[in-house]
Design a binder for this molecule. Structure first.
Ligand SMILES: NC(=O)c1ccc[n+]([C@@H]2O[C@H](COP(=O)([O-])OP(=O)(O)OC[C@H]3O[C@@H](n4cnc5c(N)ncnc54)[C@H](OP(=O)(O)O)[C@@H]3O)[C@@H](O)[C@H]2O)c1
Length: 258
């Protein structure tokens, strides 16, 4: 699928991976809608684009009123939508006993429930496009569940399941469904798990590398996007020999204090 002359909505476009995706897509005559709660951050992204072909929409995707406003704005400003990129997300880490109701609910709502609702809300516009696509930004933790990331992992497993089901459900409407699972990436979100990077042996990508990989993979027709790094190998170990992953991760957290 060529990402040219497309109308593209990116959630979480005010920072990190969403901002980098916006910059990557801001040429080839694409028209972008940058969404996030903080208008200043969205304006900063807009100023970094290669072409001035975007408008900002400051909304909270958890709010149904805000989502309605977003649909209305996209319809009024662009008259349609070709690609919805569900990228907005939050990360809170900690043992289940320590994690607050607020953090659990914020992760479930932002990372899973709001993307589901956004897809539903935008389906009427997407189904009018000649080449519609949905892109859900998950995580490697949506395949390999990590301790201290239990709720986050649950949201990304959910997003992956949703993507697989919708790929089949929407195929008759010609809507492509793409799931992208970056590994750890140096963004605002990664500061929430900084203490775990070394003990868990995580390698971090830059948002620019992640965004380029996602965009080129979409253009090559991929529906599941994973980093081409050692984590890709771990994915197969997880699928075939999950007990090996249990043992390995148990060793890493044995003496860990967070
Ligand atoms: N960083 C990593 O290690 C990593 C690895 C794999 C996958 N991911 C995934 O990549 C995606 C982007 O994360 P990031 O690392 O780029 O983090 P980030 O820089 O913190 O970006 C997250 C964005 O989501 C927006 N957002 C959060 N809650 C929102 C809400 N209720 N309504 C609208 N926008 C909201 C934030 O903007 P406002 O605060 O302005 O709303 C922010 O711009 C997430 O889905 C994350 O789970 C991250």
């Amino acid at each position: 699928m060529q990402l040219k002359n497309k109308k593209i909505l990116i959630t979480g476009a005010g920072s990190g991976i969403g901002r980098a995706i916006a910059i990557e897509l801001s040429s080839h005559n694409n028209q972008l809608i940058l969404c996030g709660r903080n208008l200043e951050k969205l304006n900063e992204t807009q100023n970094l684009l290669k072409q001035q072909n975007a408008f900002c929409c400051a909304v909270d995707i958890q709010s149904s009123q805000d989502r309605q406003l977003l649909v209305q704005q996209v319809s009024d400003e662009l008259g349609g939508l070709d690609v919805l990129i569900n990228n907005a997300g939050v990360v809170h880490v900690g043992s289940l006993q320590e994690i607050s109701d607020h953090d659990i609910e914020q992760m479930m709502r932002t990372n899973l429930i709001a993307p589901i609702q956004l897809i539903r809300d935008f389906l009427p516009l997407l189904s009018q496009s000649k080449a519609p696509a949905l892109v859900n930004v998950g995580s490697m933790f949506g395949d390999i569940a990590y301790p201290l990331f239990s709720i986050y992992s649950a949201t990304k497993f959910g997003l992956r399941g949703l993507s697989d089901a919708l790929r089949r459900e929407l195929s008759s409407q010609n809507i492509k469904v793409i799931y992208a699972a970056p590994r750890a990436t140096k963004t605002g979100a990664s500061s929430s798990f900084e203490k775990l990077i070394k003990p868990f042996g995580m390698a971090l990508d830059t948002p620019e590398v992640v965004a380029r990989h996602i965009v080129t993979s979409i253009e090559r027709g991929k529906t599941s996007i994973y980093p081409k790094t050692k984590e890709h190998f771990f994915l197969y170990v997880q699928r075939l020999f999950p007990k090996l992953v249990d043992q390995n991760v148990r060793k890493k957290i044995k003496n860990l204090k967070v």
